[in-house]
Design a protein around this ligand. Sequence first.
Ligand SMILES: NC(=O)c1ccc[n+]([C@@H]2O[C@H](COP(=O)([O-])OP(=O)(O)OC[C@H]3O[C@@H](n4cnc5c(N)ncnc54)[C@H](OP(=O)(O)O)[C@@H]3O)[C@@H](O)[C@H]2O)c1
Length: 401
Amino acid sequence: MTEFTHSRRRFMVLSSATLAAAPWLASCASAEGSAAIPAKAIGMPWPNWGELPDTPPSAPNAGSVGFAVMGLGGYGIGKVLPALANGERCHVAAVVSGNPEKAKTVAAAYGLPEDAIYSYEDFDRIADDDRVDAVYNVLPTGLHLQWTEKSFAAGKHVLCEKPMALSAAECEQMIAASEASGKKLMIAYRCHFEPFNLRAMELMREGAVGKIKTIETAQTYRMGPTSVAENWRVVRALAGGGPLEDYGIYGLQSALYLSGEMPVSVKAVTEQPANDPRFAEIFSTVTTEMRFPSGAVANMVTSYDTTPGRNLARVEGEGGVLIMEPATGYGGHKMSLVRDGVREDLVPGDPDVQFARMCDHMADAIREDAAILTPGEMGLRDMALIEAIYRSAAEGREITL
Ligand SMILES: NC(=O)c1ccc[n+]([C@@H]2O[C@H](COP(=O)([O-])OP(=O)(O)OC[C@H]3O[C@@H](n4cnc5c(N)ncnc54)[C@H](OP(=O)(O)O)[C@@H]3O)[C@@H](O)[C@H]2O)c1
């Protein structure tokens, strides 16, 4: 992902000597340094972005839901932990990590006792930890199924990062595990809690651009030099096909929630440049055309290989156009509605609320047994569409859904 303002404050970057001395990293690279990162839960060095709080968060409100954050990577430290700490009805109750030193530092920053630190090896003892109601799974995608199942087996609810898993079959297994355990499963589709996207959904429902004709989405950036030994996002067993699951899923979601429809067909093309270590296992670019029952057509592009990057959602109708750019990032959203040649810039709220609101929503679902806005079934729906997109590209034909 790209759309981030990174901060290195308070983060150390491990030197190669430190890495060599870190046994939890030993399985990461072969002697030649070229083996892919394994598709199993292992500790990783400090991410290159994110901040820890200067002082631990204040005590949680009464009835607050305790979350264990699983996977202390960029998003886990940079967004998930602060979101839980900022929530009104949720808090950080534990961390799960394969890097003990990092876990200790993060736990201390969030005021957690040492017995609230779990490794992947001793995770199962979390079943006896009443401080933890739910697990927030922030692991690489290829580990979502296994560790969501383990969390349900431990009697915890699960908030799982997007994309839900690597296939529709995996998503079905996760939903089945949720049902068998009687615990909730939510997918962390944060745009459903973000004021610009919420207002855009509302405008489209109100018919603000008239009958929708076309939707255009673009989620692209250029990934720096990397390889399967260095970055799970280019390892097929951890990331699937690559940019579509990671970033293009925002465009796919936008097309669905802005049109308010499910497509009847998809037609797609994938690119995988030869001799580029970034794309040894994944696609660089996926372009897709989706047709909707109303006659509307969505064109979506996602790429790890274009510069400058884009983050666009644009809806053209018979009576106007809605332009969101940037559309789905962490912040900096811009949205305009153009009708009769008049452009209206809309600022419906602060995008930063999306993270904590999403966590509070999960907390409400748990405490009040309320319906989840972004349940496992939505993750399954999206993964089934992604599979159809890849099938269309592989078979070189339009797929009717
Ligand atoms: N919603 C959003 O906007 C958004 C944005 C970014 C990412 N995400 C999602 O969040 C998840 C994590 O992404 P991220 O950017 O945080 O990744 P990341 O920075 O690479 O961190 C992943 C963390 O997972 C743990 N891990 C366990 N086994 C691993 C393995 N085999 N390879 C790599 N890491 C492993 C490590 O934590 P420990 O060292 O603590 O064990 C690692 O630091 C993904 O599902 C991604 O799609 C969502």
